[in-house]
Design a protein around this ligand. Structure first.
Ligand code: IMP
Length: 203
């Protein structure tokens, strides 16, 4: 491939989202209306391991894996919930906090138990998202952006929407829990929305 071609920035799709999470896909679609987005599972791909201790390294692994397997530009996010009183846990381990293949309710229950003695005023937390877009698996210049959404950890679940830790994440600005928000509202406020806005300014 010619050098100029290698450094061209991505065209508006199709991009493959290196995720199997339909909740994330819905959020990305509502934010990337003009970009055709496909899920890695549509290509029969299983999720790769996420062995690293930083969001950015894991996102890069996922993006490169999917770009290599599909031959298409790949967008990967690595995200999680960091709780101040737990030194940032569960963090990169959010998806497996209560064990692999456990339902969201099990992760939430474990987190609520771990924070039962954390007082009001000390229940700050943040959703974090790192996004990586690679043009090709060996793209030497991945586009990388991050978004952070500060909130407070509730003591019990609220709302019926969203996924993951949404039912226990309270957004003080709107006075709503993430699981009480419409897709579009959450997508605009969220760590993913913020990371995506930052990514778009780079493209
Ligand atoms: P991964 O990015 O696929 O490794 O998974 C991150 C995990 O963090 C998810 O499985 C959720 O448990 C949690 N998470 C990330 N973003 C959100 C969100 O917007 N709402 C609720 N939970 C989230």
């Amino acid at each position: 491939m010619a050098k100029a071609e290698l450094h061209e920035r991505p065209t508006p799709g199709p991009w493959v989202l290196a995720s199997h999470n339909r909740g994330k896909l819905a959020e990305f679609r509502s934010l990337l209306g003009d970009v055709e987005l496909k899920l890695a599972s549509e290509f029969g791909l299983s999720p790769p391991a996420e062995p690293e201790n930083t969001f950015v390294e894991n996102a890069l692994i996922k993006a490169r894996f999917v770009a290599r397997a599909t031959g298409l530009p790949a967008l990967a996010d690595d995200s999680g919930l960091m709780v101040d009183a737990l030194g940032g846990a569960p963090g990169v381990h959010s998806a497996v906090y209560a064990g692999e293949h456990q339902p969201d309710a099990a992760h939430i229950e474990k987190l609520l138990r771990a924070t039962v003695h954390v007082a009001e005023g000390a229940r700050g937390c943040q959703f974090v998202c790192v996004l990586v877009l690679v043009q090709r698996h060996d793209d030497p210049l991945p586009s990388i952006a991050q978004g952070i959404w500060r909130g407070e950890l509730l003591r019990e679940c609220r709302g019926t929407g969203g996924f993951g830790y949404d039912p226990i994440f309270f957004d003080p600005q709107t006075g709503m829990c993430a699981a009480e928000m419409d897709h579009d509202v959450k997508a605009r406020l969220s760590h993913r929305g913020r990371a995506l806005a930052a990514l778009r300014t780079m493209l």
